[in-house]
Design a protein around this ligand. Sequence first.
Ligand code: FMN
Length: 166
Amino acid sequence: MNAIFKRRSVRSYTDRPVSGEDIHDLLHAGMSAPTANNARPWQFIVVTDKEILEKMPMDNYTLGVKGAQAAIVVCGDTEKDVMKGALNVIDCSAATENILVEAADKGLGSVWYAAYPMEDRIKHIRELFSLPENIVPYAVLPIGWPEKETEVQDRFDAAMVHENRW
Ligand SMILES: Cc1cc2nc3c(=O)[nH]c(=O)nc-3n(C[C@H](O)[C@H](O)[C@H](O)COP(=O)(O)O)c2cc1C
């Protein structure tokens, strides 16, 4: 639980390499998420090639991936979704959050760069990786060791909680 509370978005990283074992643990965390009908409709693209990382920013708000040591693209397979993609969004979001929390637990930095539902972002990733038609990129997660410490925030807000009635 501590990892959940300390997780913050990290957008700049040191040159320290990220090990294959760490990447494996992040993927393991992602694949441990719950999914509708236990469909596990995800596919993950692990990127460590610097030349590809350079090309990955989808726009000016996702530039951080250029300086990362690695990135994970969380994708969904619409052919595994009985609701034609609607459930994939939820399932892949659960996997994404698991990866972010596991990264925080390891002291690694990451940030959720959503591709979906922005058509221009989806197109960029789709073209860069020549994705098949049934594979939709949902999120790009840069991975690296944080350049600076992030501030832990307590975001519990009792005003957002409704007891027994609205
Ligand atoms: C669906 C989604 C899309 C996001 N897209 C971006 C993005 O395009 N660029 C970015 O820098 N951060 C993006 N973020 C990260 C949010 O800005 C960040 O989570 C939020 O400001 C809260 O900060 P924290 O993650 O440090 O708690 C996104 C987060 C989510 C959940």
